[in-house]
Design a protein around this ligand. Structure first.
Ligand code: HEM
Length: 409
C-alpha cells in the first residue's frame, strides 16, 4: 500500500492553467518532499529524480505491455468491452510492447528506419521548411504552431510513409484524437469513443494504402514494411498497420512541440537567442538544450510487472509508474542550474527521447528537423517576437506545448 500521502501540491494543481504554464516548481517540490509519490489523480507512482527515471526506463520489472488497459481500468466493464478494437490496436503499438514481441518489431523497424533514410530526407525537410517560411515572409506575422511547427513534421512524416499530401489534414486529425485520449490523465468515455472511431478510420485508410503498395511498391517506408511483412511470419498485417499509426502519432506532435517550446525558450531568454543568432553552429547543442529545458513528452508510463520496494515505498504488481522525463531533465543532481537555458550545455544527459529498449526511433529525424528549422527561422526573421506573452497551454498530462503562438516581426 502507498505510504501516508505527503503534503504536496501536485494532485491539486495537475492540469490547472498554473500547472500547465509551468509544471517545474511542482516537480521540484515532489523531488524534494516525495520523489516516489503515489498520485491519486494519475492513479500511479510518480518518479521525478533523474536517477530513478533513468533506472526506471531500463528496469525490466517495469513493463509497457499492460499500460493501455491500466489507463482505462476504472471504466465500466461494458464500456471496456465496447472499446476492445481500440485497445487491441493500441496494444500492437511497438511502444506498448515488451520483449520478445518488442524485440522482433524493433529489429524490423530498425531495418526500415535507417540513418541513411533519415539523412536522405534532409533536402526535402529543407524544401518543406522553406516553403512554409516563404508563405509567412511577406505577412509580418504568423501563428507559429498552425503555420510552421505543426505542418513541418506532419508533412515530413506523411512523405516518409508515402501518403498522398491531400489526405494529410484528415489522417493527422485522426492521429491527434489518439494523443488526446492518451493524455487526458485518466481515460474518459467520450475521448475513448472518439479515439475508437479514429482508430477504425485510420485502420481502413492504411489497409487501403498497404494493399496498393503490395501491388505497386514505391520508394517509401510503407513499401519497405510491406516487403518485410511478405518475407515471412515476422510482421502481421495488424502489426504493420499499427506501426503506421504509431509512427504518425509518435512522430508528429512531439516534433511540433520541440519546435514550439524551443522557439519559446529562445524568445524568453534574449541572451541565449543572441548567442544562437550570432553563432548558428551552436544549433546542435541548442536543440539538445530545448529538448531538456522544456521536454515535448513530460512522462512515460510503465506498469509494475512484479511487486518491489523503491526508496521505502512498496510498488505493487499491476500499479502504474509514471517516469517524469520533464522532471528528470530539471534535476539539479544531474544538471547544474537546471532552470537556466544554456544552449551550450555540456554534457547534457537529458532523457527527452527516453532510454533503454524503447529509446525513440525517430530521435535522429526530430533532431534533423529542428536543426534545419531553427537557423533558417532566426536568419529570416531576426526580429521575431511574441505578439502576446500570455499563452494557453495544451491540456495534456504528458505532451507539452502552447496551443498557439502569435509571432510578429
Ligand atoms: C522531439 C520529438 C520526439 C520526442 C520528444 C520523442 C520522444 C519519445 C520517447 C520519450 C520515447 C520513449 C517511449 C517509452 O519509453 O515508452 C519515444 C519512442 C518512440 N518514438 Fe519518439 N519522439 C520524438 C519524435 C519521434 C519521431 C519523429 C518518430 C518517428 C517518425 C518517433 C517514433 C518513435 C517510436 C517508433 C518510438 C517507440 C520505440 C520503441 O518502443 O521501441 N519519435 N519517443
Amino acid at each position: 500500500m502507498p505510504k501516508v500521502a505527503p503534503d504536496v501540491a501536485f494532485d491539486r494543481v495537475l492540469l490547472t492553467p498554473e500547472y500547465l504554464a509551468d509544471p517545474y516548481p511542482f516537480y521540484q517540490e515532489l523531488r524534494n518532499k516525495a520523489p516516489v509519490y503515489f498520485s491519486q489523480r494519475l492513479n500511479g507512482w510518480v518518479l521525478t529524480r533523474h536517477s530513478d527515471v533513468t533506472a526506471g526506463l531500463c528496469d525490466k520489472r517495469l513493463i509497457s505491455g499492460q499500460r493501455v488497459e491500466s489507463f482505462a481500468s476504472h471504466l465500466p466493464a461494458a464500456i471496456l468491452q465496447g472499446m476492445r478494437p481500440l485497445y487491441d490496436h493500441l496494444g500492437k503499438w511497438i511502444g506498448n510492447m515488451d520483449p520478445p514481441d518488442h524485440t522482433r518489431l524493433r529489429a524490423l523497424v530498425n531495418k526500415a528506419f535507417t540513418p541513411r533514410m533519415v539523412q536522405d530526407l534532409g533536402p526535402s525537410i529543407e524544401a518543406i521548411a522553406f516553403r512554409l517560411l516563404d508563405a509567412a515572409a511577406g505577412k509580418g506575422q504568423m501563428e507559429f504552431i498552425r503555420d510552421f511547427a505543426y505542418p513541418l513534421p506532419a508533412t515530413v512524416i506523411a512523405s516518409m510513409l508515402g501518403l498522398p499530401p491531400g489526405d494529410q489534414d484528415q489522417f493527422i486529425a485522426w492521429a491527434d484524437d489518439l494523443t488526446a485520449y492518451s493524455g487526458s490523465g485518466s481515460a474518459n468515455i467520450e475521448l475513448s469513443q472518439t479515439a475508437q472511431r479514429s482508430v477504425a478510420a485510420l485502420t481502413d485508410y492504411f489497409r487501403r494504402i498497404v494493399s496498393e503498395r503490395r501491388t505497386r511498391p514505391r520508394n517509401d517506408l510503407i513499401s519497405t514494411l510491406v516487403a518485410l511483412e511478405e518475407q515471412g511470419d515476422k510482421l502481421s498485417e495488424q502489426e504493420l498497420i499499427s506501426m503506421c499509426t504509431f509512427l504518425l502519432v509518435a512522430g508528429h506532435e512531439t516534433t511540433m512541440a520541440l519546435l514550439a517550446n524551443g522557439l519559446l525558450a529562445l524568445l524568453r531568454n534574449p541572451s541565449q537567442r543572441e548567442a544562437l543568432q550570432s553563432k548558428p553552429e551552436r544549433t546542435r547543442s541548442a536543440v539538445e538544450e530545448f529538448l531538456r529545458y522544456d521536454s515535448p513528452i513530460q512522462h512515460q508510463t510503465r506498469v509494475a510487472g512484479e511487486s518491489f520496494e523503491l526508496d521505502g515505498s512498496q510498488l505493487e504488481r499491476g500499479q502504474r509508474v509514471l517516469l517524469m522525463l520533464g522532471a528528470a531533465n530539471r534535476d539539479p543532481a544531474q544538471f547544474a542550474d537546471p532552470d537556466r537555458l544554456d544552449i551550450e550545455r555540456e554534457p547534457n544527459k537529458h532523457v527527452a527521447f527516453g532510454l533503454g529498449i524503447h529509446y525513440c526511433i525517430g530521435a535522429p529525424l526530430a533532431r534533423l528537423e529542428a536543426q534545419i528549422a531553427f537557423p533558417e527561422l532566426l536568419s529570416r526573421f531576426p526580429e521575431i517576437r511574441l505578439e502576446d506573452e500570455t499563452l494557453e497551454w495544451r491540456r495534456h498530462t504528458s505532451q507539452r506545448n502552447p496551443v498557439r503562438m502569435n509571432l510578429v516581426w
